[in-house]
Design a protein around this ligand. Structure first.
Ligand code: ADP
Ligand code: ZN
Length: 436
């Protein structure tokens, strides 16, 4: 029941050995890039001195800032005519970063995505509709080639146009879908508008969801709305894109493909390694990338390594779902808050819809958090008293979680702005007064 039985079940000792071999090869390649040549010289990095994979900790980190500062060719290990494709991250938080791939890299990536899909129960007999942006975004071509490699029939549906998505699903009997979680709620709305129920009127059975933070509660909602099982897919463009870590059918954490990546979890402040089970920032090293290897890349994503083996038999360790980013942390009145903490509370209320927006504002009496929450249609009865009670209950539970009392504003379904791509959950409108 594996895509690559031997590699996926490789005993931990052998996996360590494979990682060490590949790390040393990777260092040998990386030193050909202008960035790592300089960095290795400054830090005295010598590949031959590494005799155990744990010594990866002696290497310097690579950051998004490094990628930006050496844009576009500073990390390339081959002549400029060597790579065959590039992808850029969406650059939601600044200048874009670019990653180049040669043929080997693309081949390895497609295989990892095929392995991931197989691990989540998708098979060559599936009809796989890829509902996400193509182009520079890695989810489009990444899943396209991966699902083709698996042998599924792939519909390159791209993002948006929900009615057309539904028509494609019905025309071609789509059984598996990849999409970002926030879009799926909109898609469900389109089914309802057409008087259709995806559980009855489609053959959908498997979803792959990822690319943006979401909670277990959102996953369960998606599964119920569509009558499917939804599997968490984690990746980032710096590490190819999708196919870095993926849930297996156990749905208990995401296997990180350790033959192709070294995963470490560090304290984002002290940068010290953290033991298994503790939440910190995920740091990743590529082991099978040639045109542009990256060493100890700081993802800024917060997670932990789950202890113990997985019932599926794969030996590759699992990470927990991403619980936030070390850089999307909000600091309000001295409290550190992650938007996902708030989402987790909201999802406990069946009355709450799928969209919400956290707005931070400066008021006369200090900074304030307002949470605008869409309420399910059937609950938005206009009965002010009931809504009052509900918003008070939500306010209490959020305060228990984040230690700050928010203002809760319940709004009608569909009234909050929806982004085309990844959901925007926070608007920081605070005016910062400079210290005198
Ligand atoms: P950008 O942030 O510029 O859009 P990417 O498209 O590479 O760049 O996005 C990668 C980021 O998306 C990850 O670092 C992570 O924060 C987020 N992400 C991807 N998959 C998941 C997932 N399954 N759960 C939570 N967050 C995810
Ligand atoms: Zn497993």
């Amino acid at each position: 029941m594996y895509w690559e039985a031997e590699i996926e079940q490789l005993p931990v000792g052998k996996l360590d050995k494979l990682q060490l071999d590949r790390l040393r090869q990777t260092l040998g390649r990386a030193v050909r890039s202008p960035f790592y040549r300089r960095q290795f010289a400054a830090a005295g990095v010598v590949a031959e001195r590494l005799t155990h994979i744990e010594q990866i900790r002696s290497l310097p980190f690579t950051t998004k800032e490094d990628l930006r500062n050496h844009f576009p060719y500073g990390f390339l290990t081959v002549p400029k005519d060597g790579p065959v494709r590039l992808h850029c991250s969406s650059g939601t938080t600044g200048n874009p970063t670019v990653v180049f791939h040669d043929r080997h890299d693309l081949d390895s990536w497609a295989n990892l995505v095929a392995r991931s899909l197989f691990c989540a129960g998708i098979r060559p007999t599936d009809v796989f509709q890829n509902i996400c942006g193509y182009g520079l975004f890695t989810g489009g071509l990444g899943f396209q080639y991966g699902a083709e490699r698996l042998g599924a029939l792939v519909i390159p549906a791209a993002a948006g146009n929900s009615r057309r998505q539904i028509k494609l699903m019905q025309d071609f009997g789509t059984t598996a879908v990849h999409a970002i979680p926030s879009y799926l709620f909109r898609l469900h709305g389109a089914f309802v508008e057409l008087g259709l129920d995806p559980r009855r009127d489609t053959l959908l059975r498997h979803f792959v969801i990822g690319a943006e933070p979401h909670t277990e509660g959102q996953r369960r909602r998606i599964e119920e709305l569509f009558g499917v099982r939804a599997f968490n897919s984690y990746g980032l463009s710096e590490m190819n894109g999708p196919g870095v870590a993926f849930e297996c059918i156990e749905q208990r954490g995401l296997h990180i493909w350790e033959d192709c990546f070294v995963a470490e979890v560090i304290d984002p402040v002290t940068l010290d390694p953290l033991p298994e089970g503790e939440v910190g920032e995920l740091v990743l090293t590529t082991l099978d990338r040639r045109a542009m290897p990256l060493l100890r890349y700081r993802t800024r994503d917060l997670t932990r390594i789950l202890p113990g083996p997985c019932a599926c038999g794969r030996s590759h360790r699992r990470i927990d779902r991403i619980s936030g980013r070390s850089d999307d942390m909000l600091i309000l009145k001295g409290c550190n808050i992650f938007p996902l903490q708030i989402e987790k509370v909201l999802m406990r209320f069946p009355e709450v819809g799928s969209n919400y927006l956290i707005v931070l504002q400066t008021r006369k009496d200090g900074d304030q958090m307002e949470i605008r929450v869409e309420v399910q249609k059937e609950w938005f009865t206009g009965n002010m008293e009931e809504l009052e009670v509900l918003s008070r209950r939500i306010g209490h539970e959020v305060r228990d979680e984040i230690l700050i009392t928010p203002v809760i504003r319940l709004v009608e379904p569909g009234s909050l702005p929806q982004s085309e791509g990844k959901a925007v959950r926070v608007q920081d409108l605070r005016t910062f007064q400079e210290d005198l």
